[in-house]
Design a protein around this ligand. Structure first.
Ligand SMILES: Cc1ncc(COP(=O)(O)O)c(C=O)c1O
Length: 372
């Protein structure tokens, strides 16, 4: 049976009881820790790399609602999308399997890195049906073909948009804002003036933007863009917030106008570097600085770019006042019992990602390989 989050009370439902009817899968292992970020006065770290003990990261909060919804609708298969090294496809594969759900994952090519082979290994370990295509249209067509075949078997797959970023997925981050509020009230950190987080499929920022408003926190969001404008931007964020507002309205919860909510969000484009997952020198330096300060690992696609923005602002004394960096990359590279898939068992289309991983593991690994 589906459970509420296993650790302690459901703070979102305590604050907004009408949301009790929305099931959760119980994937989030409790409030994620808040820590001061060593070496940066007045900067705190929200450890969403630890959302789940076996395999965490920001996707778990979205999957908590999405997987529960899929089960409640009687679906047995999920269709998900991402880049080859997608954390979302890996996280969905891992957590869905525990709930008895199968996954089909449509992938776009990306720059290789060690974490790409690791994430693909998680999906392969879980038996996910992975299909790599060169363009968005190619993966949608391939997924549609699979959906038609599943329908012939009597069940529609449950389609989840890239990154789990629909209104229901974003609700996981409305809940996260209430978690933050209780940690502020508990004295773990002052109310942050600014919150730094990566901005990709936008569900994290949309949920936080709405959640902070509902929780009465005046924190500004520095949404650090990590994908091209085609995939993330203010207009698309506004549409996602509108959809989240409609979901909340159906439960009797009213929100201020989207424009007003979005006036608290700055989209920071400078750290993207023109290519998804490209580790620019600034990003590499930020990742090294972060790992030295905290011991936590980071990645060049998401956390490295948000960190680059945070460090640049603090070093230039921009955005004064307490700041919170929301760390979204899973603390563990591979869940328990998962090893990197031996090359001989890797589908041909994915083999190029293994060539890089083997080089990266050897002596004199190039700096792009720093991820832990
Ligand atoms: C590690 C990590 N951080 C941040 C994000 C961005 O979150 P969102 O897609 O909700 O914008 C992602 C999305 O894939 C991610 O994998």
């Amino acid at each position: 049976m589906l459970a509420k989050t296993s650790a302690g009370p459901d703070l979102l439902v305590d604050a907004l009881p009408s949301l009790a009817s929305l099931p959760r899968a119980g994937l989030v292992s409790g409030p994620t820790p808040i820590e001061p970020l060593a070496g940066l006065p007045d900067v705190y770290l929200k450890r969403d790399d630890l959302t789940a003990t076996d395999y965490g990261g920001n996707k778990i909060r979205k999957l908590d609602y999405l997987l529960a919804d899929a089960l409640a609708r009687g679906r047995r298969t999920l269709t998900v999308f991402g880049y080859a090294g997608s954390n979302f496809v890996a996280a969905t594969s891992w957590h869905a399997r525990k709930l008895g759900l199968q996954v089909q994952g449509g992938l776009l090519p990306q720059r290789p890195a060690v974490y790409v082979a690791d994430n693909l290994s998680i999906s392969l370990h879980c038996g996910t049906d992975l299909f790599l295509r060169d363009a968005d249209s190619g993966i949608v067509m391939a997924a549609a073909g699979r959906a038609v075949r599943s329908l012939a078997g009597g069940r529609l797959p449950y389609w989840i948009p890239p990154g789990g970023s629909n209104a229901l997925g974003a609700l996981g981050f409305v809940a996260a804002a209430f978690e933050l509020q209780s940690q502020i009230e508990g004295g773990l950190l002052p109310c942050p003036a600014a919150l730094y987080v990566p901005f990709s499929s936008m569900g994290t920022v949309a949920g936080l933007c709405v959640g902070l408003a509902l929780a009465g926190l005046p924190t500004r969001i520095e949404a650090v863009q990590v994908v091209s404008d085609r995939h993330a931007g203010r207009d698309a964020l506004g549409r996602l917030i509108d959809r989240l507002a409609r979901l909340l309205r159906r439960h009797g919860i009213r929100l201020p106008q989207t424009d007003f909510l979005m006036s608290r969000v700055s989209v920071r484009t400078k750290f993207y570097g023109g290519e998804y997952a490209l580790a620019t020198p600034t990003v590499k330096a930020a990742m090294t600085r972060f790992t030295e300060a905290t011991g936590a690992r980071s990645d060049s696609a998401y956390s490295g770019k948000a960190l680059a923005c945070l460090f640049a602002d603090r070093d230039a004394a921009l955005n004064p006042g307490p700041a919170l960096y929301w760390h979204t990359f899973s603390a563990t590279a591979l869940p328990p019992g998962v090893v990197r898939t031996p090359l001989s068992q890797v589908p041909d289309a994915l083999k190029p990602y293994w060539a890089f991983a083997r080089v990266a593991d050897g002596p004199g690994a190039p700096p792009e390989c720093i991820y832990a």
